[in-house]
Every structure is written in C-alpha cells, then in structure tokens.
Design a binder for this molecule. Structure first.
Ligand SMILES: Cc1ncc(COP(=O)(O)O)c(C=O)c1O
Length: 317
C-alpha cells in the first residue's frame, strides 16, 4: 500500500468585489471569494471537502477512495485529481449506461488513473443505502468510501476552516453558496459568525435534513436558511437567463458555470432585486469552483463554442 500525506497544495485566495447598478440602488455590497489551486479541478470547495478524507484514508491505511458521481461530476474529477496528487488509488461508481471515453470529465478521471464502474440510474439510487455501502466496503476493503459530493463530517470540517465572513471591507452580514449534496453549506454554517444562506441547485426534499446532520450544535441551526426558489427545472438544467447572467459576469472577469455558481449567484441577484437583503448588507458569496463542468456542457452542445470560451475566461484579452 502506498502511504498518503496531506500535502499542502498552494491555494490562492481572492476577494472580488462585484459592481452592478442594482447593488448601488439597494445599498448592498457583494464580494465573491475564490480559492484557486494549480490543479483547477481542486479549486473552489473541492480541496477543502477532500483533505480530511485524505487524512482518514491515511490513518486507516487505505489504498484509495471509492466514491460516486454522475458522468460529468465535478466531484469525480476532484477525487481523481486529489488521489493522484497524494499517490492514492481512486475508484468511482458512475451513473451511466455506458462508458464514453470522449466525455471530458471521465477522460480526465481515467487519465488520472481512476477506475470506473458503471451503475444504472436505478442502482445509483442506492448510493447512500447502508446495506449497499456495506456490501461495497466488503468488496473493496482497502478503499475509503467517500459519499457523493464529499459531503460528510470530514468534508464539512475542511470547509468550516474558511473565514468567509472577513471581507476586505469588514465583516459580512451574510455568507452565501450553492447547495447540492449539502456538505459545503454545513461546513460554512459550522464555521460562520454571521447569517448563512444556501441556494439549492437541486430539487431534493431531503437536503435540509442532510445539512442538519452535519451541523455541530443546535446553536448555529438558527443562523441559516436554504432557498429552493432558483433550482428551475432541476439539477443540471438551466435556462437562458442563467446563461445570460454568466455571460454578463464573465464581462467583469467573474467566471461562473450555469449549474452551480451561476445559478446560485443569479438567485442572489433576484433576491437583491426583491429587497430580501436590508440596505447596508455586505454579502460574501463563496465561488465553489466547478469550471471543469463547462467542457462537458460544450461536449453535449448545451453551450456554444463562444460561450465555452467566454465563461472559461479563454476569450479574455
Ligand atoms: C461547483 C460546485 N458548487 C457547489 C457544489 C455544491 O456543494 P455541496 O454538494 O457540498 O452542496 C458542488 C458540488 O459539490 C459543485 O461542484
């Protein structure tokens, strides 16, 4: 078995102020917090959600991670890169009927050495089932099972270390992020000293309970909320208004994709318009990464060449 150590990957943190007439009108300040690494698949929330899983694997002398994801999942790309970086193996159970080697996410995962097993949609529903997980653990005893999205106590602990309320202009009134499997939001709530708002990008009635399970104490349960008004037609579906919003933000050198960060930040703007945030609010939005997903949207022709270049920042001068 190879040994693994959490090697600090150089991470560059950046606060980006957003300027829009609406913000001035409503007297709301908006900052975007970005966390970039030399391995783009680990930027945003990814390194944080996986680093204590590395520690767990190391302690338990595991050979690698076993995890779950969709065929274009940011989490799978992150696990593949994280395990490769630490000399660990990675094995993914992927929701797909066949393996498409041209899918850019899976091509990346394979290139990082990830082993891929396919699960039908029906089988994939068992990914959190205790019996199924026990069976997998018996089959793959030398692997640490990391839940979908890296949303576990370990995943939330990494995110809790961020100081997202400390903007360059002073303390934030609200910290905001996209929520899907819930670990990122739970970590922020555990670490925050201000109100926290999650914008759900999935239609999942179990999400609030899944977040609550990862929270430290009942104290901070008062301090957060989950908005479910902006997931539109559901996970990974987006309408042209979200895409148009991503284009507008790209003109300000803020690069978003429409499944997570674009959908959530567009929701924040809608809330600002509705007067949800009192005048004088200072918002801190966590950019959770996920730009690798743009290649998959482009591959499926869900975005044009021009949008792919613009939203990835490749069209910038
Ligand atoms: C880019 C991006 N943003 C936000 C999220 C949501 O994070 P979580 O699944 O912890 O709710 C994900 C999923 O992990 C993601 O890939």
């Amino acid at each position: 078995m190879q040994s693994a150590e959490i090697t600090a990957l150089p991470v560059v943190a950046r606060w980006q102020p957003i300027h829009q007439p609406l913000l001035l009108q409503r007297q709301v300040e908006l900052w975007v917090y970005q966390l970039n690494t030399a391995i783009p698949q680990l930027s945003g929330n990814k390194w944080l959600k996986l680093k204590y899983h590395i520690a767990q694997a190391q302690q338990a002398q595991k050979a690698g991670f076993l995890t779950f994801g969709g065929a274009f999942s940011n989490h799978l790309a992150a696990v593949a890169a994280m395990c490769r970086y630490h000399g660990l193996k990675s094995l993914a159970y992927v929701r797909a009927d066949q393996l498409d080697n041209h899918n850019p996410t899976l091509a990346f995962c394979l290139q990082q050495g990830m082993q891929i097993q396919l699960l039908s949609r029906e089988q994939y529903r068992l990914r959190n089932d205790a019996g199924f997980l026990q069976q997998l653990q018996q089959q793959h005893q030398h692997f640490l099972i990391v839940p979908e999205g890296g949303s576990s106590v370990a995943g939330a602990s990494g995110v809790a270390e961020l100081e997202l309320d400390l903007t360059p202009n002073g303390k934030a009134s609200h910290i905001i992020c996209a929520a899907a499997s819930g670990g990122t939001l739970a970590g922020i709530i555990n670490g925050a000293g201000c109100k926290v708002l999650g914008i759900a990008v999935v239609k999942d009635p179990s999400l609030p309970a899944r977040i609550s399970q990862l929270l430290h104490s009942s104290n901070n349960q008062q301090n957060w909320s989950l908005n479910t008004d902006f997931c539109g037609a559901g996970y990974a579906r987006f309408d042209d208004s979200v895409l148009q919003f991503c284009r507008e933000m790209a003109q300000q050198q803020l690069y978003l994709e429409p499944i997570y960060t674009g959908k959530a930040l567009a929701g924040v703007f809608a809330l600002i318009k509705q007067g949800y945030f009192p005048p004088g609010s200072r918002l801190s939005f966590f950019h959770t990464g996920g730009l690798q997903g743009l290649a998959g949207l482009h591959y499926r022709k869900l975005i044009t060449n021009a949008d792919f270049a613009l939203l990835s920042g490749l069209a910038a001068d």
